[in-house]
Design a protein around this ligand. Structure first.
Ligand code: 4GX
Length: 229
């Protein structure tokens, strides 16, 4: 997979891309992630990327010129266009199903905006699909783009080590994951549930299933369907 990210803050991606799973996936050639600075595609003396909104109102809006020029440059860096995604709180929300869908693509192009957002002609002209990572307001699309990269790359074959499994995680069966314990058996008086030390794998699987269902009912009833809420 190739992932291109268009942003005014390319340095924000350095740390996440150079650690752990994302770092290893790039080293293994499972994914190429390329970050491009939209400001490099300005043509004026002040490298201006934003302007006041037509119709008035607070804040600034990202101008179409630099974003289109940046996109048209980036588009040519690989043969496929893949899916073009615009990070915005106004889009349909990212979930595990969407992450799996995106992981099937050969290419993604992510547009991360700042200020009050992009001139609407950017979404329309580039036919970009809006995606939100959740119902809260970030200071820019960069962290949202990183969330997409992180959740998608870990689903690519070979990205996780042998010990890890994308299959067992919460949401793979629509339920929250059961609680995990490791040593010591007694930590400050808090004991590991006896069943996990029993060696009875049938009973352990049953206990875990029940824990998953209980947690989901308590904390995320919405996952069990509209009737459970
Ligand atoms: N999930 N933000 C984008 C600027 C903006 C505003 C409107 C396009 C249209 C967010 C989220 C998020 C804040 C990123 C506003 N860009 N993105 N930014 N939640 O809150 O994705």
């Amino acid at each position: 997979m190739r992932i291109d990210i268009l942003t005014l803050f390319p340095e924000m991606f350095d740390s996440p891309l150079h650690h752990s799973i994302l770092h290893r996936a790039q080293e293994r050639g499972i994914v190429v992630v390329a970050v491009t600075n939209i400001r490099d595609f300005t043509t004026d003396k002040y490298r201006k990327v934003d302007d006041k909104p037509y119709g008035g109102g607070p804040g600034m809006v990202m101008m179409p010129g630099p974003v289109f020029d940046c996109f048209e440059h980036v588009e040519k860096l690989a043969p496929q266009r893949g899916r073009v995604i615009l990070l915005t709180p106004q889009g349909p929300r990212l979930d595990q199903a969407k992450a799996r869908e995106l992981a099937q693509e050969e290419r993604l192009i992510l547009l991360a905006g700042r200020y009050e957002g992009f001139d609407e002609r950017i979404r329309l002209g580039l036919d970009a699909e809006p995606i939100s990572i959740g119902d809260y307001v970030l200071n820019g699309g960069e962290l949202a783009a990183m969330v997409i990269v992180d959740s998608v790359v870990r689903l690519l074959p070979g990205a996780l080590g042998d010990e890890d499994s994308a299959q067992d995680d919460s949401f793979s069966d629509g339920l929250l994951e059961y609680p995990q314990y490791t040593r010591p058996e007694d930590f400050r008086g808090m004991k590991v549930p006896g069943i996990l030390l029993s060696g009875d794998h049938g009973k352990i699987a049953e206990w875990r299933r029940r824990q998953s269902l209980e947690r989901t009912a308590n904390w995320r009833p919405d996952l069990l369907g509209p009737d459970a809420r």
